[in-house]
Design a protein around this ligand. Structure first.
Ligand code: IFM
Length: 443
């Protein structure tokens, strides 16, 4: 076993959350609708008709939750701002009560000795902007710039750590290609422009934050999975290269000045249709850190049945490997491999694991939640972070997804990822064994 000291004093330990997944109070105090308010309140979109209207009621319980975080010795808290709480229509009129909420949250965190790490966009676009085309409309870069400027001016005196986007591949892929997340749009004609505008935004907005708060630590986050071909055949290897370009390289490479990985995945060629003359340059930004969010590995095989991509994953359930409730393989080496992969880009200054964690069946028995599987998941994955660090990877932090069980998007409240159990009827919190383990580790 390892201990915290081996990571060094500057290493950032924390927990990650997102506004829509925890806040609830979906229309309180002048908040506008977001795409998730609309999507999750439509029939048959979310597991068993769940929605995030009340979620963990963090909007009202934030002080108690921060107190619990302090009790668990957690020094860094990553949360996102709900754009439509601050700007109910996405642009224009600002909602003072929404701004007040985040001021209280930031001040209370700091008072408890907890450092805030703010994500500007964790998937909850104001519905008013979606009505104008959302991420498919290039104007989104301007709307987002105005929102970011307001946030930097309001909170930048106290917030030192910023992330622009959470997992752009997921919100463009699930929300604008597959239609299984908000806003439920489908097809390449939505996906491709959404990708380009999200990629432009991540760099444009980072520069805005840096201009307003020059001393701040500005990054952005990427979902990433370690990939292996099913066999050593050329077809499987080629399929793996294509999937890698799509899910691991699509957003990071343009920001590093490498452009989109179109030579490895032809279907992306149509992205140039959305380019304006200066875009190559606008896509670049020298981030202070890159947030990587890894949960698993995937095995890739060639498939004639998947149009354009000709590739698919072999599901973990079929491979008879240990899995989580998300049907994701438990494979700690994946985190090591991903850290090595990203650290191989010489342009990346520092990596932070901004999310990692697991959902399992958790039950309260005798007032306790003995989530041994999660504790062992966290231990083994943190061990892989140390292995990467000892091998020279510049990894500067690790954030558990997540603090309390919360609303897991299309899967509703079914998968529980928290260090703390949430009773969604009473809003009672119960620290799980994994939470106590983290507390002791962080002491
Ligand atoms: O809950 C999500 C989070 O919003 C983004 N990253 C993955 C988590 C688990 O699925």
């Amino acid at each position: 076993m390892f201990d915290k000291k081996q990571f060094g004093n500057d290493f950032k330990w924390g927990v990650s959350t997102a506004a829509y997944q925890i806040e609830g109070a979906h229309l309180s105090d002048g908040k506008g609708h977001s795409i998730w308010d609309k999507f999750s309140n439509q029939p048959k979109k979310i597991f068993k008709g769940h929605n995030g209207n009340h979620a963990c009621d963090f909007y009202n319980k934030y002080r108690d939750d921060l107190q619990l975080m302090k009790y668990l010795n957690i020094p860094n808290f990553r949360f996102s701002l709900a754009w439509s709480r601050i700007l109910p229509n996405g642009t224009g009129h600002a909602n003072q009560k929404g701004i007040d909420f985040y001021n209280k949250l930031i001040d209370q965190s700091l008072e408890f000795g907890i450092e805030p790490w703010v994500t500007l966009y964790h998937w909850d676009l104001p519905q008013a902007l979606e009505n104008k085309g959302g991420w498919t409309n290039r104007e989104v870069v301007g709307w987002f710039s105005d929102y970011a400027e307001l946030c930097a001016k309001q909170f930048g005196d106290r917030v030192k750590n910023w992330m622009v986007l959470n997992e752009p591949m997921v919100f463009t892929g699930a929300g604008y290609f597959l239609g299984v997340h908000a806003p439920g749009r489908k097809g390449l004609r939505n996906f491709i422009p959404a990708v380009h505008h999200a990629a432009l935004s991540q760099s444009v907005i980072a520069k805005i934050i840096k201009d307003i708060c020059p001393l701040s630590n500005v990054g952005t986050t990427f979902s990433c999975s370690h990939l292996e071909p099913n066999t050593s055949s050329d077809k499987d290897r080629l399929a793996t290269i294509k999937v890698d370009a799509l899910i691991n390289r699509l957003f990071i490479e343009p920001s590093l000045g490498l452009g989109y990985p179109t030579s490895d995945i032809k279907l992306l060629d149509r992205i140039y249709k959305y380019f304006l003359p200066n875009d190559e340059h606008l896509l670049k930004h020298d981030f202070d850190f890159v947030g990587i969010q890894n949960y698993t590995r995937e095995i890739v095989t060639h498939s004639y049945f998947v149009p354009l991509l000709n590739a698919k994953f072999i599901k973990a359930e079929k491979r008879k490997v240990p899995i989580t409730l998300m049907n994701w393989e438990v494979y700690p080496d994946a985190l090591y491999q991903i850290l090595k992969k990203y650290s191989a880009y010489p342009q990346i200054k520092k990596i932070i694991v901004t999310e990692n964690g697991a959902a399992f069946h958790d039950t309260i028995f005798d007032g306790k939640v003995n989530d041994e599987l999660r504790t062992s998941y966290l231990k083994s994955h943190i061990g892989e972070v140390l292995r990467a660090k000892n091998d020279g990877v510049n990894v500067g932090g690790y954030f558990v997804w997540t603090f309390t069980d919360n609303f897991e998007w299309a899967e509703g409240f079914y998968p529980r990822f928290g260090l703390v159990h949430t009773n969604f009827k009473t809003q009672e919190r119960t620290v799980k064994q994994s939470g106590y383990w983290y507390k002791e580790f962080l002491q």
